[in-house]
Design a binder for this molecule. Structure first.
Ligand code: ZN
Length: 198
């Protein structure tokens, strides 16, 4: 038999799921209502320490202020270029990475310093206008294993120039200017035609 606590737990779980599902119904086209249901669900989560899966609540999926699903908004997306760190920040970071002693102020400063050095994806919720930033990690460089060096590389084929462009050699030679009557005249006519067209 289930205890009262287990029953309560199930009840809250179902309520949270229900509030989440109704806040995501496409037909409910009222952002304020969607936000209201999501907020109710979130409060229930926090009071009872029961949480929705992370893939439904992360910053890239829903707004962290009004809790509306960003795809419902729709939200606007923009890439923000990395900001250059101040001279002081670079100096403190350099000292920190070289294991040099830091002053009391520098230790405090580095605690709050974001070491991330890359672009951000800025998502702006269309309902409450909150901007959320997502770090865009740079892909890590792949290190070649030693074995890969020994793989023989294919040599590039050097193509021989084909004077006859793949045509029959004898047939082409039989059509050289000396062998074709009227070739010169035709050539001259072509030149004149070219000049006329200018
Ligand atoms: Zn919002």
């Amino acid at each position: 038999m289930e205890t009262e606590a287990e029953n309560d737990n199930k009840l809250f779980q179902n309520s949270i799921k229900y509030l989440h599902s109704i806040s995501n119904v496409k037909a409910l086209n009222v952002p304020a209502l969607k936000s209201f249901y999501s907020t109710k669900g979130r409060l229930m989560e926090l009071r009872n320490a029961i949480y929705l899966p992370f893939n439904l609540t992360r910053t890239s999926v829903r707004c962290q202020r009004c809790l509306i699903n960003l795809s419902d908004g729709p939200a606007s997306y923009k890439i923000k270029a990395q900001e250059k760190k101040s001279k002081f920040a670079r100096k403190v970071l350099g000292k920190f990475h070289r294991d040099k002693p830091l002053t009391k102020y520098q230790r405090k400063y580095i605690k709050h310093l974001d070491e991330f050095n890359g672009n951000h994806l800025a998502i702006t919720c269309k309902f409450c206008k909150k901007e959320s930033l997502i770090k865009l990690e740079k892909p890590k460089k792949t290190v070649r294993s030693k074995g890969s060096k020994n793989i023989p590389q294919k040599k590039k084929r050097i193509k021989k120039k084909d004077k006859f462009c793949g045509l029959n050699e004898e047939a082409v030679l039989s059509l050289t200017p000396q062998n074709v009557r009227g070739f010169r005249r035709l050539n001259v006519r072509n030149k004149r035609q070219k000049n006329l067209s200018f």
